[in-house]
Design a protein around this ligand. Structure first.
Ligand code: KE4
Length: 428
C-alpha cells in the first residue's frame, strides 16, 4: 500500500496550494517543522497520516467544542445529506438554528447566516456604515476579524503570526477609513471620536481578544466602548466568531453583560461546517436585502448540512452540566500548565476565559498587543514542538488561542499535563 507521509504530502501540496495549505497559520511557519497531514479526528484526538495520535487543542480553531466526529453531529449531517446538500432555497433548519442562537443570545433580534466569519464581519460593517451613513470604522491592534480588505490593518492571528505588515493588494483607499485603537485603552478610542466627530460608523471589537493569544477585556473596557459609541451615535459590533458559545454559553455579551448593536458569529455555530452569521437589533438588520437596501448574498448560506451540524452542536452544548464540565476541565488544564512552568522555573503569563486559553512565554502581564508581541516566540516554538513530540497538538503560533472540548476528559487532560511538564523542562 502506498503509505504517504506528511512530509511526502506537504511536498506534493506545494504544487497545488500556495505554501501547501489553505490557510497560512496552518503551515507551521512560526514554530518550525512541517505541518502534519491529518487522516481523521475522533473525540479529543487527531490522527495524522503517519499513524500518530495527538490530543488536539486547536479543534479546527474553535468550532469543535464537542470534539471531533461527535456521533450526534455526524448522524445529523448524514441525515441532512441524504436529503441533498444544498437547496438554494429556504429550509426549516435555518429557522431552527436561528431560534437556538436567539435563545442563547436574546440580544440578536434578527440574524443572517453566511459561510464564514469573514463574510459575517464584512457584511456587518457594510450594514453599520449604511445605518449610520458614516464611513469610518474603529478596530483594535492585534484583533483579527477575517481577511476582508478594510480589516487587514494591524490584524492579529495569521497576520501577526507571520509578521506581515499589512497585506499587499489592499488599496490605500480601502483602508483610509479604518482607524486603529489599542485594546483595553479607552482613551485611545475617545481620541479617535474627538478627532472624527460624527464620522465614525462603528467600533468592532473581539470582546475577548483571541487572535493575539487570549487577552481578556479590562474591567470597564467593554461597557466603556458601549457608552462611547452611544454618546457618539456610532454602533458597537461584538465580533463573537471565536468567543460565541466559547467564553460563556451566551457569549461574551452574557459573560460581561454588555449588549452590542450587532454580533458576528462563526465557528461553534457550524459545528465544524462552514457557517458564519451576523445579527442584532431588528431596526438595523431590517436594512439587509431583501427587507432593505443593503445588499448581501450567498450561494450556500444556510445550507442544510451546516445548519444540521450547528443545531446539534448547540443542542448538545445546552444540556445540563455540559458547560460546567467544560469550564472545570479548562481550569484543571490551565492550572496545570502554570504548575508545569513553575516546576521548570519558567515564567509564563496565562490568560483564560471560559473554554479558551493561551500561555505566553513572557514575564509581564499580557493585556494588549504591545505586551503580547514581546513574548518569546522562539521558546513558544520549542515548547510547541516538545508537546507535539509527546502527542499534544497546540495552535502553531503564540498569537492564537487554545480550545477545550467536552471530549477532553480527566484522563486526556492529565496526559496533556504530563506531556507539557516534560516539554516545559526542555525549554528551560
Ligand atoms: P473565518 O473567515 O476564518 O471563518 O473567520 C474569521 C474570523 C473572524 N473573527 C474572529 C474573531 C476570528 O477569530 C476569525 C478567524 N479566526 C482564525 C483563528 N485565529 C481562523 C484560523 C485561520 O485563519 O486559519
Amino acid at each position: 500500500m502506498n503509505i504517504q507521509t506528511s512530509k511526502d504530502l506537504f511536498q506534493q501540496a506545494q504544487s497545488v496550494l500556495p505554501g501547501g495549505v489553505d490557510s497560512p497559520v496552518r503551515a507551521f511557519r512560526a514554530v518550525g517543522g512541517q505541518p502534519l497531514f491529518i487522516e481523521r479526528g475522533e473525540g479529543p484526538y487527531l490522527f495524522d497520516v503517519d499513524g500518530n495520535r495527538f490530543i488536539d487543542y486547536v479543534l479546527s480553531w474553535g468550532p469543535l467544542i464537542l470534539g471531533h466526529a461527535h456521533p450526534e453531529v455526524v448522524a445529523a449531517v448524514q441525515k441532512a445529506a441524504a436529503g441533498g446538500t444544498s437547496y438554494g432555497a429556504p429550509s426549516p433548519l435555518e429557522i431552527e438554528l436561528g431560534r437556538l442562537v436567539q435563545e442563547l443570545m436574546p440580544n440578536i433580534e434578527l440574524l443572517r447566516f453566511v459561510n464564514s466569519g469573514t463574510e459575517a464581519t464584512m457584511s456587518a460593517l457594510r450594514l453599520a456604515r449604511a445605518f449610520t451613513k458614516r464611513n469610518k470604522i474603529i478596530k483594535f491592534e492585534g484583533c483579527y476579524h477575517g481577511h476582508a480588505d478594510m480589516l487587514l490593518v494591524q490584524a492579529g492571528s495569521g497576520v501577526a503570526t507571520l509578521g506581515l505588515p499589512d497585506s499587499p493588494g489592499v488599496p490605500p483607499a480601502t483602508v483610509q477609513d479604518t482607524l486603529v485603537a489599542r485594546f483595553n485603552d479607552l482613551d485611545s478610542v475617545s481620541a479617535l471620536f474627538e478627532a472624527y466627530p460624527d464620522g465614525i460608523a462603528v467600533v468592532i471589537v473581539e470582546p475577548v481578544a483571541g487572535n493575539m493569544g487570549v487577552v481578556p477585556p479590562a474591567d470597564g473596557f467593554l461597557s466603556g466602548l458601549r457608552q462611547l459609541t452611544q454618546d457618539n451615535g456610532s454602533l458597537l459590533i461584538f465580533d463573537e466568531v471565536m468567543t460565541g458559545f466559547r467564553v460563556h454559553l451566551g457569549g461574551a455579551q452574557a459573560l460581561y453583560d454588555v449588549q452590542p448593536d450587532l454580533t458576528t458569529l462563526g465557528k461553534v455555530i457550524g459545528g465544524g461546517l462552514p457557517v458564519g452569521a451576523y445579527g442584532g437589533r431588528a431596526d438595523i438588520m431590517s436594512m439587509i436585502a431583501p427587507s432593505g437596501p443593503v445588499y448581501q448574498a450567498g450561494t450556500l448560506s444556510g445550507n442544510p448540512l451546516a445548519m444540521a451540524a450547528g443545531i446539534t452542536t448547540l443542542e448538545v452544548l445546552k444540556r445540563p452540566d455540559t458547560w460546567q464540565a467544560l469550564e472545570d476541565a479548562t481550569t484543571v488544564l490551565t492550572n496545570g500548565i502554570g504548575d508545569a512552568a513553575q516546576a521548570a522555573g519558567i515564567s509564563i503569563w496565562g490568560n483564560r476565559v471560559g473554554t479558551m486559553f493561551a500561555s505566553f512565554f513572557t514575564e509581564t502581564p499580557v493585556t494588549d498587543w504591545d505586551s503580547a508581541k514581546i513574548s518569546d516566540t522562539d521558546r513558544f516554538g520549542r515548547f510547541f514542538q516538545g508537546c507535539l513530540e509527546r502527542g499534544v497538538y497546540l495552535a502553531p503560533s503564540q498569537f492564537e488561542a487554545g480550545f477545550m472540548s467536552i471530549a477532553h476528559d480527566e484522563q486526556v487532560v492529565a496526559a496533556t499535563l504530563d506531556a507539557m511538564t516534560e516539554a516545559m523542562k526542555e525549554v528551560r
